[in-house]
Design a protein around this ligand. Structure first.
Ligand code: FAD
Length: 351
């Protein structure tokens, strides 16, 4: 099967949908190819107790506010999945599932998009594949010697799976804090962080993170000094379960161990902790392997961009991977603006 379109959007999570909304408004002919068989992107895969760090109205895609979830100021992941599913229906977005893009290639005037279900030709491509699909694990001495269960954030579901066990949670970001809080009551928990955890003030939520990211980008664009953006506020949003575990004295962090040993971990001073399981909440990298044929990747695996547009391949836009592809672009509310910019630039290019 071979098809020609003006634009192919790769990825049908929130970023792909935001791009689609703006492409549709501009009258551009496009398709979204998504590797999942159901709507919702990464939100379908998160742990059961995950709640957003902003209220519904501040977690909305362009055009349609996320409805509030009854009884929850901060909606849960299942609510986000239904919102994204309804959003696709509401705007009748052309999504093909499951279709995995295996490679994007230059092919004369067009880009050739190879997939496990055929080939598409497009005059522009928006890559919106997220990061969830590329979990990052740090190099740690002795990891193979440990012998117990090891999983990344992406593999964690619920505390019952670890009840009564000795668990080490590694990571001082939001995932680490939330999973540690989830496990704090029914497991023998050791929470390990590289530096002392930095909680945001209890009255600060994702709205402030979004404002900080936007202010930073504006300052940098205007040639001003770096305001530090989100990092200047702290690392961990004190969502209610994190706050509760912290206030009960159950979220005490320990510095990072130096190596893993059979059945546990060891610190520089010789202290040891036994463990049945280790959960690595150590972050993600952008899922960009389908762009390898274009030969664009620079240091740290990023592709050089101006806004969302790839510097060395102007027919390619990258959306939703983090601040480097637009301030707060890896959030529901933050992706709207860079999506609009990408769609506008593409519409101009097609004219
Ligand atoms: P994804 O949701 O990952 O969607 C990408 C889609 O592309 C997926 O369906 C995937 O299967 C598909 N895909 C990947 N590779 C290919 C391929 N080669 N071919 C075809 N399809 C492909 N943001 C907020 O706004 N508020 C929050 O409270 C919040 N909390 C978060 C908590 C956690 C633990 C995490 C990890 C993130 C959180 N975020 C939050 C950030 C953000 O909203 C998510 O990371 C979001 O899922 C990113 O959306 P996306 O569309 O860019 O990527």
């Amino acid at each position: 099967m071979k098809q020609s379109l003006q634009v192919v959007v790769i990825g049908g999570g929130q970023s792909g949908l935001a791009a689609a909304y703006h492409l549709r408004r501009l009258g551009v002919d496009f398709v979204i190819l998504d590797a999942q068989s159901t709507p919702g992107g990464a939100w379908q895969r998160t742990w059961d107790s995950l709640h957003l760090f902003s209220p519904a109205a501040f977690s909305s895609l362009p055009g349609w506010l996320m409805p509030a979830q009854e009884g929850e100021e901060y909606p849960d992941a299942a609510h986000v999945v239904s919102y994204l599913r309804d959003y696709e229906k509401r705007y009748d977005l052309p999504i093909q599932r499951p279709v995995r893009v295996t490679g994007v290639h230059r092919d004369g005037e067009v880009l050739r998009v190879e997939t496990d279900s055929g080939t598409w030709h497009a005059r522009a491509v928006i890559s919106a594949t997220g990061t969830w699909w590329r979990p990052f694990l740090p190099a740690v001495t002795g990891r193979r010697d440990f012998g117990g269960e090891q999983l990344h954030t992406v593999g964690y579901r619920r505390p019952q799976d670890f009840a009564g066990r000795r668990v080490i949670v590694v990571g001082g970001g939001n995932s680490g804090a939330q999973i540690a809080a989830d496990l704090a009551y029914d497991t023998e928990l050791t929470w390990v962080t590289q530096r002392p955890p930095r909680f945001l003030a209890d009255d600060i939520d994702g709205r402030a993170l979004f404002d900080a990211a936007t202010a930073r980008r504006r300052a940098l664009d205007a040639g001003g000094t770096d305001t530090g953006g989100v990092a200047s506020l702290g690392d961990i949003v004190a969502v209610p379960p994190v706050r509760a575990a912290r206030d009960h004295g159950l979220l005490k962090a320990t510095p990072m161990f130096t190596r893993l040993i059979p059945g546990g971990a060891e610190w520089a001073d010789g202290t040891r902790a036994e463990a049945d399981a280790i959960i690595w909440c150590t972050g993600f990298r952008p899922a960009l392997s389908h762009l390898s044929p274009l030969g664009l990747r620079g240091p740290r695996g990023h592709i050089a961009t101006t806004g969302t547009r790839a510097v060395d391949e102007p027919r390619l836009h990258l959306l939703g991977y983090g601040d480097w592809t637009g301030p707060a672009s890896a959030t529901l509310i933050g992706v709207g603006r860079p999506a609009r910019e990408a769609a506008r630039q593409i519409a101009d290019q097609l004219r």
